[in-house]
Design a protein around this ligand. Sequence first.
Ligand SMILES: C[S@@+](CC[C@H](N)C(=O)[O-])C[C@H]1O[C@@H](n2cnc3c(N)ncnc32)[C@H](O)[C@@H]1O
Length: 281
Amino acid sequence: MSSEAAAYGYLRELVFGLSHNVLDPSRDYLFDTRLARLLRNQGMNCLQDLVVHLRTRYDPALERAVAEAMTINETSFFRDTRPFELLRTTLLPRLIEARRLTRTLRFWSAACSTGQEAYSLAMLMLEHFPMLVNWDIRIDGTDISHEVVERAQAGRYHRIEVNRGLPARLLVRYFDHTGEDWVVKPAVRALCNFRQADLGGEYLPFRRASDRFDIILLRNVMLYFSQETRRRLLGGLHALLPQDGVLFLGTSEQPADPSLWTASLEGGACHYRPVRQGARE
Ligand SMILES: C[S@@+](CC[C@H](N)C(=O)[O-])C[C@H]1O[C@@H](n2cnc3c(N)ncnc32)[C@H](O)[C@@H]1O
């Protein structure tokens, strides 16, 4: 095996070990493009230099930087629009009626990237359900990448980012304008909590008996995972949703074990509810 092939193999394993992202050898060229800046910053000439460094020194920060550079962080406000429309018109009114005694709603934007999905949910709630002002509403956003979580926490977006998917009416109502950037207003920010967490490991970030979510969005991340990681992750999410809870996946994603989920297609958006033992038809 050439030293180049060995370097790619080492990097693929490193990324899998840290983020559970499976990188196909046919796309090894991505290491060259995505790690170019990191190599420059480290004063290294090529990937082999990086691999020699990682093999011979204990450098967890650099390992993490490699894994983070290889994740795809593509996202946008109200991405795919239809899940948000379905939430607004149908799913949230039903859930609000069902939770009228506890007055609590919990959302999880799992693999939230830079936070646009979580803030879209927050704006949806403020804009269309102002009568819930005294409810306990919480939107958790988690991502494996420290860098994107910090950006989500800051809630600061460039003009180009807010031009993707965010209606102008919501932009002026829920953001403050500073130079080229727009910053989410405190009322939107207050509904959202962001933290770093791995979805691919043995334990999910929410695992207390009291942890329950009404809506989970797990979109456009499972496609990077192995079948085994998908099965484990979806099994964990199943336990966090009550029978009337809802899971959204990305448009090209499906549950690893369909027998655990009931799929419904409404308003052009597919969503899933957990099947409970004894409740199977
Ligand atoms: C393509 S973005 C999707 C963002 C958002 N869910 C959406 O659909 O717009 C994928 C995100 O998954 C995150 N990710 C990748 N592997 C992960 C893991 N093992 N645990 C948690 N997040 C992960 C990446 O850092 C990235 O921000």
